[in-house]
Each structure stands twice: as structure tokens, then as C-alpha cells.
Design a protein around this ligand. Structure first.
Ligand SMILES: Cc1cc2nc3c(=O)[nH]c(=O)nc-3n(C[C@H](O)[C@H](O)[C@H](O)COP(=O)(O)OP(=O)(O)OC[C@H]3O[C@@H](n4cnc5c(N)ncnc54)[C@H](O)[C@@H]3O)c2cc1C
Length: 685
């Protein structure tokens, strides 16, 4: 028998059989010359904790897979479960078309090295190792390691274009990553019309069309001390067990809460969800529902599938086209069928382009994605007059001796931010939802990130790493670039000036308080919304009735934001003053409004805004007046109602012209135990 000529396909963030360029090529072409295909998935030791794969509880040869700043697990239980399910699903799909999947754990280079050795010993030729490209410095090191091994062994190595984005790399209208516009809107305009851009979806290989799986005896087994699970259940357990106790005292799942993301991982589940979204009119209604907080239906929940490549953005696009053009009869009964692109489907493409953009930013800024100074790490990226932000650190070695509050206190505040006991209802609800389910809405994410970076002034990377551990949809580019964006060190033209007021946002998006009530049961008995959103504002009587006397969220909230219910603007987006100043429609409510802004909170008009650094509104949004519900001891704010405060702001605090920063400490009347002074914006610290 002729010597087998094997091709190894290393799957990474492309855990699908459909619309898969490598599998399509191997199934459709007859002259590639490979007799066998070895699909392989390696659980990477530096990103996922592997001790669960050691049966006798022995020590792992790898360091714990923990983050560098906060020392949190790199991959927490929610994503670990989703990953296990997704890997198993692609294994089954490959088996269904007559192939299979070898699962291994370790460092990618080592695993490939030992597999190549084993195949050689079994007198098999390895013709090539292929993989799709993946964003990330670690992923790049893996590619380099495999390339070096292949070169040494005379094996061809190829990295294929990752085709899971809306606009294929080959069609991106930007000469090189360095030329990527720093403003999303500019990039979007260069990419439009979006509906015409995605490439065709590739067909799924038919049964028997792929080269067969090599003889199992030729495929070397997992190196000790690890063992490979034999069932889906075991795989999930091995991945989840070491990381499930990520907090010392994880609270029990609140009785009245339900997960917005109860979905299982894998390509099959992604396709089911995608079709459901069209049939249920979720896609059509997306623009109106995307800012929701509760339930499975308010946004697509496709992010985790996209992150692992269980589905591609262009598959989503094509399913939408089938509905819009009336060419997929399974959607015949859905309102809008055959009616062309509608508001909902257009908005989905828009969001998918944000995802593309964040990935391109990663290509442009590379390791700056992880730097405290963000994309602005080099002084040259700061505009004239813009000061570097002075962050607060929980680590005494990093904190300056004059840091206020000191490192020990910041460490406690950070702990409470992470476990959701800050006393700020919306933030606590989101953080607890994240702990319990691995998901929290985009609206909540923006508020959480802004709260840590801009209200508390704490090194934002703790938040980004916490999200990395807990998000089921963690994606290196989307997570870190969004954290930078909201923290004021990334590609938000309004940068540090954009501040979300979590009380106002709660009033706008959690209108009846159900979200906070369901995730923070301790405060659920408080009737008034303003008390629910900040328990310290409740009267002693109400606190007693709710059993909240002495609760740390009441006695020691990490931040107090004074907020007047009566003065709250009825229509957050209509703030003509700011528009007159050339802010575009974003104005005050870029952070707070809805309808005019994409889910990620930046608006369409920012590219047109003459003064990217002009004073914005979010200051106004946060610059909230003395609350009529002010609890005893709470500091009095300046001015009367919200509007009065706005006037005061404009009247009392002159702005430098055209794009200048506001003079002086115009900080809002936001006070807390540890922020007795009116807290300045980061730039003024
Ligand atoms: C601080 C912060 C951290 C984030 N971390 C991640 C992350 O690790 N992984 C991730 O996929 N998204 C991240 N996002 C973006 C966004 O919040 C999620 O993509 C979205 O909430 C996922 O839910 P969905 O699939 O229902 O989104 P939908 O509203 O249904 O949007 C459809 C798709 O568009 C893409 N998308 C939407 N908004 C954004 C955005 N701002 N940036 C990039 N892509 C976007 C996602 O792929 C999403 O699945 C983050 C946002 C913030 C503010």
C-alpha cells in the first residue's frame, strides 16, 4: 500500500463544518494529493486551565492559566462549558461527514511536534499542517511555533484567511492595518453598502467527500499526565471543574432571575438560534429591542458562537438575505419576508461591522490592546492639551504613595465592584448576572466599564480581565478594544469625556426596576426606583422594612450619585445645546440615549463632529443634581434640578473653544465615602 500522505488541520476559532474554507477546499478539490485528513483541536494550556484533565489529581506541568494583572482565570466556567460543547459538536459533525476530530491539550507547538513524530514513526508522511489565522499575540506565537516545527520536519505549513468576519480580509478597503481610520464611522463609510460586501457562504462538505481520518494507531495519544475525555459530559467537566470556584463565596442563583444566555455551544445550536431569530421576528425587531436587559430575545446572543467560529458573520448575513429577498421559503410566514433590508437587519449588519472593526483595530495597535494607556500608549497619540490619565491601583507596588484612596482601600472597592456589591443597582445587577450566567447586555457592559474606569478611576484592565474570565462570548479583540473605548484610552473620539451615569441609565433602560430586582434580591423590596438603583437613598424606615439596615451597600456605597427623578429629561436624545456645539446627535445622551446610537454606544455622527475632544454631555449626564431623596449625611449637590444643573454647568464652567477640554474641576456632584471631594474627570486627576 502506498505511504499515506496526511494533512493536519488544526482547528482554532473556527469550530464549524459549514462555511469552512479548509474543509471546503479538501472536499471540493480532487488534486490536493492528501490521502488522509487529521482534524485536531488543542485546548491551549496558556489560555485554559488544564488540571481537570489530570485524572489522579497530580500536578500540571503548566503554570495556572491566570491573567497577568488581576490573576483571574483566563477562561472561567461559562466559557469553559461553552467551549467543551462547541468542540464536541464539531467533532460529531466531522464524524457525520465521515471524518473525526482528535482532541489534545497542551501548548499547540508541543502537541503538533509530538503528533508529527508519532505519524512519522508509524511510517506516515505528513504533507502539510494548515490552520486559519487568529487574532492575538499568543495565537501568533502558536503559529510561529508550528511553522518552525514544520520547517524542521520538511512539512508544508499554511495559515488560511479567517473567514468568519462580515467583510472578508481580502475585501477590506484599507491598504494596511496602519491605515485603518481611528474613527469607526470613517471606516464604516468606506465599507458601505454593507449588504453587498460579504462573500458567498461555502457549502458544507458532503458525507464521504473529505479524505478519511488516519488509522487511530498512527495518531499518538495525549502525553501524560493528561487524559482525554471520551464523552461530551466528561469534556465539559474536565474544563469546568478547576475554575468553577472563581470567587470564595459565589452567591446562590437568585430565585427570580433567569439567564439571558441559556444557550449551549456549538455550530448546531448556532444554526438553531440563527433561524429562530428570523422566525421569531427577533432580527426584524432588533433595532428596537437591542438595548434590553432581560430575557433571551432582546438581542441576538450570537456573540459566543461568533467568537469561537461556530457561525460566521457572513452566514448570518446570508440567512438575513434569504428572508429579505424572499428566497428562503422557510421564512415565508415572517413579517417583512421579501421586503428587502429593514431597520432590524440593517442594524445587525452594522453591529457585525463593529466586530470587524474591533478586530482590525487589534491588527493595527497589536500589543497596545492590553496596555493601560491603550491605543494612546505612545505620547504622540494624545491630542494637544490632553493629559495622560492617572489610574488608581489596588496593588501597593503600583500605587503612588499619595494615591487617594490608598491601594488597600482600592483593593476592597475593586472586590466589591467584581462581586456586585457596590451599592449601584445597575452595576451590581450586571456583575451578578455575569457571575451567574456568563452574559450581560451591551448596555450593561458599557455602564460597568465606564463605572470602573471613570467613576472609580481604577485600572480598567482588572475589568477587562474579569470579563475575559467570565464572558461566555469573550473575544480578544472585541473585549479589550471595547474596554479601551469605554475607558477613554481607545478609539472613542470622545474618549475620557464620555461617562455613563448608571443611575440615569437604570431609569432609562430598567424602567420598572425588574432587572435590578431580579439580580440583586437584597434590594428588591425597596419600592422606589431611585432607592433600588442606589439603596443608600432610601429612608431609614424603608431600609428597616427591607431588612437592609447595616448592609454595606447602604452604609458604604463605593459611589454616591445624586440624581433627581423629577428633573430627569423625558427624551434623553434631544439636547439641542450640544448639537449647536457641533457634537452631532450624540450630545448628552450618547451615553444615555437610545435609538440614535449603535449598541456599543458610539454614534453615527462622531466622525462629523468637529471637536472630538469637545466637552460632552456625559458630564452633564453625570452631573446630576441634589437628590430629593438624599439620605441623611449625603452631601448636597450644587444647583437645583437636572436642567438647572445643566445651566449651571454651562454658565459656570467655561470651555475652551473648538475641541478644548473644560477648564477646572467641573465634576458632577458625585460623592462617595471615599470620594469626599467632587470627583474630577480622569483627565483632571
Ligand atoms: C466593555 C465591553 C466588553 C465587551 N466584550 C465583548 C467580548 O468579549 N466579545 C464580544 O463578542 N463582544 C463584546 N462586547 C460587545 C457587545 O457587548 C457584545 O458583542 C454583545 O453584547 C453580545 O450580545 P449579542 O450577540 O446579543 O449582540 P447583538 O446586539 O445581537 O449584536 C450582534 C453582534 O454584533 C457584534 N457586536 C455588537 N456590538 C459590538 C461591539 N460593541 N463590539 C464588537 N462587536 C459587537 C457581536 O458579534 C454581536 O453578536 C463588549 C462590549 C463592551 C462594552
Amino acid at each position: 500500500m502506498a505511504q499515506p500522505n496526511i494533512i493536519v488541520y488544526l482547528l482554532r476559532k473556527d469550530l464549524r463544518v459549514s462555511d469552512n474554507p479548509i474543509l471546503h477546499y479538501l472536499s471540493a478539490s480532487s488534486d490536493h494529493g492528501y490521502t488522509h485528513l487529521l482534524p485536531l483541536y488543542v485546548v491551549p494550556a496558556n489560555q485554559v486551565e488544564l488540571s481537570g484533565f489530570i485524572k489522579d489529581g497530580g500536578a500540571s506541568p503548566f503554570p495556572k492559566a491566570k491573567s497577568s494583572v488581576g490573576r483571574y482565570w483566563r477562561c472561567g466556567p461559562h466559557r469553559a462549558k461553552f467551549l467543551g460543547e462547541s468542540v464536541w459538536d464539531v467533532k460529531q459533525s466531522l464524524e457525520a461527514v465521515g471524518s473525526g476530530l482528535a482532541i489534545r491539550v497542551g501548548m499547540v507547538g508541543d502537541v503538533i511536534g509530538s503528533l508529527l513524530d508519532g505519524l512519522k514513526k508509524a511510517n506516515h508522511k505528513v504533507g502539510a499542517v494548515w490552520m486559519t489565522s487568529c487574532e492575538g499575540t499568543e495565537e501568533e506565537s502558536d503559529e510561529n511555533a508550528v511553522a518552525a516545527i514544520c520547517e524542521k520536519g520538511g512539512v508544508k505549513f499554511k495559515v488560511w484567511t479567517d473567514e468568519k468576519y462580515l467583510i472578508d480580509d481580502r475585501d477590506v478597503n484599507v491598504e494596511s492595518p496602519e491605515k485603518l481610520p481611528d474613527i469607526f464611522t470613517t471606516y464604516r463609510k468606506s465599507a458601505e453598502p454593507l449588504r453587498e460586501k460579504p462573500r458567498a457562504v461555502l457549502p458544507t462538505p458532503e458525507k464521504g467527500s473529505l479524505p478519511p481520518f488516519p488509522a487511530p494507531s498512527a495518531v499518538s495519544s495525549q502525553t501524560p499526565p493528561f487524559s482525554i475525555p471520551e464523552t461530551r459530559k466528561e469534556l465539559v467537566e474536565y474544563l469546568v471543574n478547576p475554575v468553577k470556584d472563581f470567587l470564595p463565596n459565589i452567591p446562590t442563583f437568585p430565585e427570580k432571575a433567569t439567564s439571558a444566555h441559556p444557550f449551549e455551544g456549538g455550530e448546531s445550536a448556532a444554526q438553531t438560534r440563527l433561524n429562530h431569530l428570523v422566525r421569531s421576528e427577533g432580527m426584524k425587531n432588533y433595532k428596537d429591542t437591542r438595548n434590553g436587559l432581560i430575557g433571551t430575545e432582546f438581542s441576538t446572543k450570537l456573540s459566543a458562537y461568533l467568537a469561537l467560529g461556530c457561525v460566521t458573520a457572513r452566514q448570518i448575513h446570508h440567512v438575513l438575505v434569504g428572508y429579505e429577498d424572499g428566497t428562503n421559503s422557510t421564512f415565508e410566514s415572517v413579517d417583512g419576508y421579501g421586503g428587502g433590508e429593514n431597520e432590524g437587519t440593517k442594524a445587525i449588519r452594522f453591529e457585525l461591522l463593529w466586530r470587524d472593526y474591533m478586530r482590525l483595530c487589534h491588527q493595527k495597535f497589536k500589543h497596545k490592546l492590553f496596555r493601560l494607556g491603550g491605543f494612546k500608549s505612545g505620547a504622540e497619540e494624545y491630542k494637544e492639551g490632553e493629559k495622560k490619565i492617572k489610574w488608581k491601583f489596588p496593588n501597593p507596588k503600583k500605587a503612588s504613595p499619595t494615591q487617594e484612596p490608598d491601594a488597600e482601600r482600592i483593593a476592597k472597592i475593586l472586590e466589591r465592584f467584581l462581586d456586585g456589591t457596590t451599592g449601584m443597582g445597575l452595576i451590581d445587577a450586571s456583575q451578578r448576572e455575569l457571575i451567574h450566567t456568563g452574559y450581560t447586555s451591551n448596555r450593561a457592559r458599557q455602564n460597568v466599564a465606564s463605572f470602573l474606569a471613570k467613576h472609580l478611576g481604577i485600572d480598567w484592565r482588572y475589568g477587562a480581565e474579569w470579563y475575559e474570565m467570565l464572558l461566555v462570548d469573550y473575544d480578544v479583540s472585541s473585549n479589550w478594544a471595547n474596554w479601551q473605548y469605554v475607558s477613554g484610552v481607545g478609539n472613542d473620539p470622545r474618549g475620557e469625556m464620555r461617562i455613563f451615569n448608571p443611575v440615569k441609565q437604570a431609569f432609562d433602560y430598567d424602567k420598572d426596576g425588574s432587572y435590578v430586582r431580579s439580580w440583586v434580591p437584597e434590594v428588591s423590596k425597596l419600592e422606589k426606583l431611585e432607592n433600588l438603583f442606589q439603596a443608600w437613598t432610601a429612608s431609614e424606615e424603608d431600609l428597616r422594612a427591607a431588612g437592609l439596615e447595616g448592609n454595606v451597600m447602604v452604609t458604604d456605597p463605593v459611589k454616591r450619585i445624586e440624581f433627581s427623578v423629577e428633573g430627569k429629561p423625558a427624551k434623553p436624545n434631544k439636547r439641542p445645546f450640544f448639537r449647536r456645539r457641533g457634537q452631532g446627535r450624540g450630545g448628552v445622551d450618547n451615553a444615555a440615549g437610545k435609538g440614535d446610537i449603535p449598541a456599543n454606544g458610539s454614534d453615527e455622527s462622531q466622525g462629523n463632529s468637529p471637536g472630538a475632544g469637545a466637552p460632552t454631555s456625559e458630564i452633564g449626564a453625570d452631573k446630576t443634581p441634589r437628590s430629593p431623596y438624599r439620605a441623611g449625611g449625603a452631601p448636597r449637590g450644587r444647583g437645583g434640578g437636572y436642567r438647572g444643573q445643566q445651566r449651571g454647568y454651562h454658565g459656570n464652567h467655561g470651555m475652551r473653544g473648538g475641541g478644548g477640554r473644560p477648564r477646572g474641576r467641573y465634576a458632577p456632584a458625585v460623592q462617595g465615602h471615599h470620594h469626599r471631594e467632587a470627583t474630577p474627570l480622569q483627565s483632571d486627576v
